[in-house]
Design a protein around this ligand. Structure first.
Ligand code: UT7
Length: 332
């Protein structure tokens, strides 16, 4: 029997309208455009405004666009995985809510949380279902409303994050294209350096947790930075070596967008010139689960069938990984 592979057959994205730029931030906390651009490389980020709006509202916009672009009837979708660290609520899963908002009624849906590596982990789970032959149309959507857990009085964290969603369709193919391989790692000692303390079962919400600002992101930036640079670079080089990929054979690196300096360091270690690196951090900031598919969406018209692409991420947990794929289609 011919071996099935899983290929991305469409991409889409959604960023909310409101743009919070560094100038506005500098009136909220003691910071400057110069500091943020030099240390992080972010000029502006999109923020979802509006009472009751959540990650699923952005995720469903991205999925509706994906269904339209790929001419997919929502009832033909077999599975929806939502990568998110900011689910609408602890349960039910945001993937279920997105499915409902998009008329997807014959799928099973669930969320995955591996912090900033969520999208890559979810993509690989989807890949395995497609390769097994049991599922033919799998949607992986990364959706994060990071503004919901960002303390806009903490200058060390608030410039970093933005809100967005982006989605891909995975379908089977027998051609030599699509998802090839992934390498993932987790190191739980990292949980002390990047987390949101309260709101889970360990510290359920109380007046005290709210007063202590424990429903916001805590990050020991320096430690996370060091780990991110070394682990994201190590694993990206590891997947290149495993598949005998030389820098000149790679068409694109799609790195998680957390800090321009991290992206530069990873590209350098891989021996890649900047022209081959997808970078949109300046306009979106770190949208956590959405960064990688958002890049694919923005670069879609420049991708060619057969392009060798490496996706790489690092996030809280710590979690990190690299995925190697061959792009499956020319611009439509
Ligand atoms: O996606 C998940 C993974 N997350 C990441 O990959 C993020 C990794 N970490 C980072 O990107 C960086 O550590 C940050 C961008 C968060 C911080 O940059 P840094 O170069 O590590 O700065 P720092 O925290 O060491 O702070 C340096 C100085 C401090 O002042 P002093 O103590 O030297 O006087 C900070 O108080 O910069 C100060 N500072 C700021 N100044 C102006 C911190 N935040 C700001 C700010 N504006 N927004």
């Amino acid at each position: 029997m011919t071996k099935l592979k899983a290929a991305i057959t469409g991409v889409s994205g959604y960023a909310p309208e409101y743009i919070l730029n560094n100038e506005e931030l500098s009136h909220m906390v003691d910071t400057t455009d110069e500091w943020i651009m030099t240390r992080i490389g972010i000029r502006e980020r999109h923020i979802l405004k509006g009472e009751g709006l959540a990650s699923s509202d952005m995720g469903s916009e991205a999925v509706k666009l994906l269904l339209a672009k790929t001419n997919t009837n929502p009832e033909d979708v077999d599975m929806v995985i939502c990568a998110t660290v900011t689910p609408d609520m602890l349960f039910p899963a945001t993937a279920n809510i997105i499915s409902d908002k998009c008329g997807i009624t014959n799928a099973f849906s669930f969320d995955m949380n591996a912090a900033c590596s969520s999208f890559l982990y979810a993509l690989t789970v989807g890949q395995k279902f497609v390769e097994s032959g049991t599922h033919k149309k799998v949607i992986v959507v990364g959706a994060d409303k990071m503004s919901a857990i960002t303390d806009y009085s903490d200058r060390a964290v608030c410039p970093l994050f933005g809100d967005a969603a982006a989605a891909v369709m995975l379908e089977p193919t027998t051609e030599d294209i699509g998802m090839v391989d992934s390498i993932f790692r987790t190191n739980g000692t990292g949980r002390h350096h990047l987390y949101m303390k309260a709101g889970g079962s360990q510290y359920p919400a109380t007046h005290e947790t709210v007063d202590n600002k424990e429903h916001y992101i805590y990050q020991d930036g320096k430690t996370v930075f060091k780990w991110a640079v070394s682990k994201m670079a190590d694993i990206s080089v590891e997947i290149m070596e495993k598949h005998n990929l030389k820098p000149e054979e790679l068409a694109w690196l799609v790195p998680h967008q957390a800090n321009m300096r991290i992206i530069d360091a990873v590209a350098n270690r891989m021996g890649l010139e900047k022209e081959k690196v997808m970078i949109n951090i300046e306009r979106y900031g770190n949208t956590t689960s959405a960064t990688i598919p958002l890049c694919l969406w923005e670069w879609e018209s420049r991708l060619r069938k057969g392009d060798n692409i490496i996706l790489a991420a690092f996030g809280g947990g710590f979690t990190w990984g690299a995925t190697y794929l061959k792009w499956a289609y020319d611009p439509k």
